[in-house]
Design a protein. Structure first.
Length: 297
C-alpha cells in the first residue's frame, strides 16, 4: 500500500466532511492495514484502510453490531467510501490510551482487569437460540458444524501449493483438523456474541480512571463461542492475567488449555490466508504448546 497515497485519500475525506484540510495528519501501520489520524479545530477523526479486500466493509457492519451489544464506547462510523482503488472508512476518534501501554502498577492493573472482564462477560451473555453464526442468514446449532464451514477454506489454503506453510506444518494442520470434533465437543453448544479479536491492543483505557474508554477493530464479530474471545486475551500483555479473572467470575469449561492453542493456531492460519502473514517459528512454538497441553489433558 502506498503510504503518501493513503494519507492523501484520508485528507480528502476529511476535507469533504469538514470543508477544510486537517492541521495534523499522522499515519500508522497496523497488522491489517493503515490508520490515519486527522485533527483540526473542527474535529478529530480516524480513517482506516485494510490490506484485505472487503475487510473495511465488513468492519463497518461489525462496528454497528458491536455498538448495540457492548457496554463501553465503540467508534461511530461517519462514512464508508472507495477512492483510487482503496476502500476506507472515516470513524470517530475515541479518547484514550492503548491498553498495551497500561502502567505496571498493581492498583491500575486491578481496576483495568475488573472493568474489562465485566465488559466481556456482559458481551458474552448475548446469545442466539439458533446457535452459531455462519453468515448473517445462516446458523448452525452445532459449533463443530459451524467451525467446519468457517475453517475448511482456511485448511484448503494451508494445504495448497500457494501457501507458505512448510510440509511439516501442513501435516500438523491436517492432524488438527482430524481432532476438531474431539477438541470442540465440550463447547459444542451455547453460542455467545464475540468481538473475535479482543486482545488489549484493541482496547483503550482512560488515563484518569484506568477503565475502558473504547473497544476497537472488530471484523469477524458474531455468535460463536465465548472462547473465541477468551483465547485472544493471551495475545498481548499476558501478565495482566485477564483470563484468570474471567475464569473467577465465569468458570471456563474443562479442556480450555488445549482449545486456546487449537483456536489460536487456526486464527494464525486465517491471518495468513487473509493478508499473507506467515511466521513459522511463532506457529511452531504454538503448535509445541498445543501438543504438550493435548498430551497432558
Amino acid at each position: 500500500m502506498n503510504k503518501p497515497q493513503l494519507k492523501r485519500i484520508a485528507e480528502s475525506a476529511y476535507q469533504a466532511m469538514f470543508s477544510q484540510k486537517p492541521d495534523v495528519s499522522n499515519i500508522q501501520e497496523t497488522f491489517y492495514g493503515w490508520v490515519v489520524f486527522l485533527i483540526s479545530p473542527k474535529g478529530k477523526v480516524v480513517v482506516k484502510f485494510s490490506r484485505e479486500f472487503g475487510r473495511i466493509e465488513k468492519e463497518v457492519t461489525a462496528l454497528g453490531l458491536l455498538k448495540k451489544k457492548v457496554t463501553c464506547p465503540v467508534p461511530e462510523v461517519y462514512f464508508f467510501g472507495r477512492s483510487e482503488g482503496y476502500d476506507y472508512m472515516l470513524i470517530e476518534w475515541l479518547e484514550g490510551i492503548s491498553a498495551y501501554e497500561l502502567p505496571n502498577n498493581p492498583k491500575v492493573i486491578e481496576t483495568f482487569r475488573e472493568d474489562y472482564t465485566n465488559i466481556l462477560i456482559a458481551l458474552h451473555e448475548h446469545t442466539d437460540s439458533r446457535g452459531f453464526e455462519v453468515t448473517p442468514e445462516k446458523f448452525e446449532p452445532s459449533l463443530i458444524d459451524a467451525f467446519d464451514q468457517w475453517m475448511y477454506p482456511v485448511l484448503r489454503y494451508v494445504l495448497s501449493s500457494a501457501s507458505p506453510f512448510s510440509r511439516e506444518l501442513k501435516d500438523a494442520y491436517t492432524l488438527l483438523w482430524e481432532k476438531k470434533t474431539e477438541i470442540l465437543m465440550p463447547i459444542n453448544n451455547h453460542s455467545s456474541f464475540v468481538h473475535d479479536d479482543c486482545h488489549i491492543a484493541n482496547v483503550l483505557f482512560d488515563p484518569k480512571t484506568y477503565k475502558i474508554s473504547g473497544l476497537l477493530d472488530p471484523c469477524d464479530v458474531g455468535f460463536k463461542h465465548k472462547e473465541f474471545d477468551i483465547f485472544h486475551l493471551f495475545d498481548v500483555r499476558e501478565d495482566l492475567k485477564l483470563v484468570d479473572r474471567y475464569h473467577e467470575k465465569s468458570p471456563l469449561i474443562e479442556g480450555f488449555e488445549v482449545r486456546r492453542y487449537f483456536l489460536g493456531l487456526w486464527d494464525d492460519a486465517k491471518h495468513s490466508r487473509n493478508i499473507g502473514w506467515y511466521d513459522e517459528s511463532w506457529i511452531n512454538s504454538k503448535l509445541d504448546r498445543f501438543n504438550t497441553a493435548y498430551k497432558q489433558a
